[in-house]
Ligand binder design. Structure first.
Ligand SMILES: [Fe+2]
Ligand SMILES: [Fe+2]
Length: 272
């Protein structure tokens, strides 16, 4: 299965770049599945339902969220009716929406996608490891599903690496989100799970993790409350990770990063 994951969309420039590029990427990379983290799509904070609809129309199969899941309140009722929009799996029981979904492709293959949130330097939540164990017990790779992708929304690289190694060989891909900076450690782990500490954001990198520089700097320098953050609106760089999996095992054959447009050095996965 050929899978593309794109990291956190930040603001209008990120939304428009993803919507413009995704149809072309689906064709150019012969994608079976496209997953996009959209937790910062709405002016940096949350995701409005009409934005989710536009991203689905552009070719996203699944949208994931994170700590900004509920910043736009309208999403609460929308997510309850939209199984392909995920919030973190390890939110407390009773939280609206779901943390995972099984997507059926047109050819009958099935892919599990989950959104899990870390706890180090983040809000205290249920244990992400235990929540994932329970999920995978219900969806064994290579039997119930052909591929399994986990968006691990977390701050600390240590927690992300521990998580990826803990589930190595049981999922196709663990890809980090939330830091908005693409890491250079994408690889297939010894057990066959592809991993990248962070996919990076889809937003303007002439910024402080997607937000306009001046207000972000002032927050650190002046320590005055009320410096309002707004997304930077220059040309976005799309950042993500491509994975090709083996349908017999569900494990990764290869993984390559994608960076397109804007200010970062470009790279495109090999079509093969
Ligand atoms: Fe984010
Ligand atoms: Fe986040």
């Amino acid at each position: 299965m050929r899978i593309l994951f794109l990291g956190d969309i930040v603001g209008r420039t990120g939304r428009e770049a993803v919507a413009a590029a995704l149809p072309r990427l689906r064709a150019a990379l012969a994608l079976d599945l496209a997953i996009v983290n959209a937790e910062n799509a709405s002016h940096g904070f949350g995701l409005a339902p009409e934005m989710a609809r536009a991203l689905f129309e552009a070719g996203a199969d699944v949208l994931t969220l994170g700590n900004h899941a509920w910043d736009r309140r309208e999403i609460v009722s929308y997510i309850a009716a939209t199984p392909r929009l995920l919030r973190p799996l390890n939110f407390p029981p009773g939280t609206p929406g779901a943390g995972s979904v099984v997507v059926s492709l047109a050819d009958g293959r099935r892919a599990l996608v989950a959104n899990v949130m870390g706890r180090l330097f983040m809000d205290p939540l249920d244990c992400p490891f235990r929540a994932t164990e329970e999920l995978l017990a219900r969806h064994p790779l290579g039997r119930m599903v052909t591929a399994a992708v986990i968006d691990l929304h977390a701050e600390a690289s240590s927690e992300k690496a521990a998580f990826a190694h803990a589930f190595d060989g049981r999922v196709s891909l663990v890809v980090g989100t939330h830091t908005h900076v693409p890491s250079a450690d994408h690889r297939v782990l010894p057990g066959g799970t592809a991993f990248q500490t962070d996919a990076g954001m889809c937003g303007d990198y002439d910024s402080v993790i997607g937000m306009q520089k001046e207000a972000a700097i002032a927050r650190f320098v002046r320590k005055l409350p009320g410096e309002r953050l707004a997304p930077a609106e220059g040309e976005a760089t799309l950042c993500g990770l491509f994975v090709e999996t083996d349908d017999a095992t569900g494990l990764a054959r290869r993984t390559e990063p994608l960076r397109l447009g804007g200010r970062l050095a470009p790279t495109m996965p090999n079509r093969e």
